[in-house]
Design a protein around this ligand. Structure first.
Ligand code: R5P
Length: 262
């Protein structure tokens, strides 16, 4: 069966394919969550099967853990791995400083813990997620279920004093019920439109009772790999301060990628 990938899926695949080149034998690898990260897990699985690559993967969600096992990637807990060589994950937005909004898939808490425990965080993305200023994508904030409406009211009240354009928060739903994260919490999506000071916003949100974590990743990401539908991939590394462009041969999604979706 031939799978015709959409241009956006081709871009995600190309970014993932390029990013897994950073992974070396023996590494402990943080495995992100989401549709782009799923491509990365599949590409890693391919290297495990075809090259005999030996890695230990720390998944950032139950979804990623299942996919990794299915792909033949060894899965260990973060506590077993202790520290990671690299984490590869998707993002919902990134800016010129490689600051991010994450959590569109609800996995921001484990993702932030895992990325922070890594020597390097590589974000894989398509070009549509690059922004001048973060905030068009609703900012996910993980809150404990107890008193979530009070937490929401407190957040909305506090937003007035922050450098943001929007001020409303909505409870993420899963059909008729509130969305529940892997840690048993809920997600409030903050409709900020434009976050003038992402660092301050992240700090203030995390000081509020009831807030577990927010989806702003500030100074955590080192490298962004941007994939394009034509097989091109661009690597941006904040530490080296350089922009490297690489051409990849696009590999059709037949066989390995057939029937696999997040
Ligand atoms: O919670 C989910 C994650 O932060 C994802 O990495 C993010 O939402 C991007 O997901 P996708 O690659 O599906 O756009």
């Amino acid at each position: 069966m031939t799978t015709e990938l959409s241009p956006i899926d081709k871009a995600k695949f190309v970014a993932a394919k390029k990013a897994v080149e950073f992974v070396e034998d023996g590494m402990r690898v943080g495995l992100g969550t989401g549709s782009t990260a799923a491509w990365m897990v599949r590409c890693l699985g391919e290297r495990v099967r075809e090259e005999g690559l030996k890695i230990r993967g720390v998944p950032t969600s139950t979804r990623t853990a299942s996919l990794a096992k299915e792909m033949g990637v060894e899965v260990v807990s973060l506590d077993a791995a202790k520290w990671l060589d690299v984490t590869i994950d998707g993002a919902d937005e990134f800016d010129a400083e490689l600051n991010l909004i994450k959590g569109g898939g609800g996995a921001l808490l484990q993702e932030k813990i895992v990325a922070t425990a890594s020597d390097q965080m590589i974000v894989i993305t398509d070009a549509s997620k690059e922004v001048d200023t973060l905030g068009a994508f609703p900012l996910p904030v993980e809150v404990i279920p107890f008193g979530w409406q009070t937490t929401q009211a407190l957040i909305e009240e506090t937003l007035v004093s922050l450098d943001v354009l929007g001020r409303s928060a909505s409870l993420r739903m899963n059909g008729e019920s509130p969305y529940v994260t892997d840690e048993g919490n809920h997600i409030l999506d903050l409709h900020l439109k434009r976050i003038g000071d992402a660092r301050q916003t992240a700090m203030i949100l995390n000081q509020m009772p009831g807030v577990v974590e927010n989806g702003l990743f500030i100074d955590i990401c080192d490298t962004v790999v941007i994939g394009y539908g034509d097989g091109k991939a661009q690597v941006r590394d904040i530490n080296a301060g350089t922009i490297e462009e690489n051409m990849l041969d696009f590999v059709e999604g037949e066989n390995l990628f057939a029937d696999l979706s997040d």
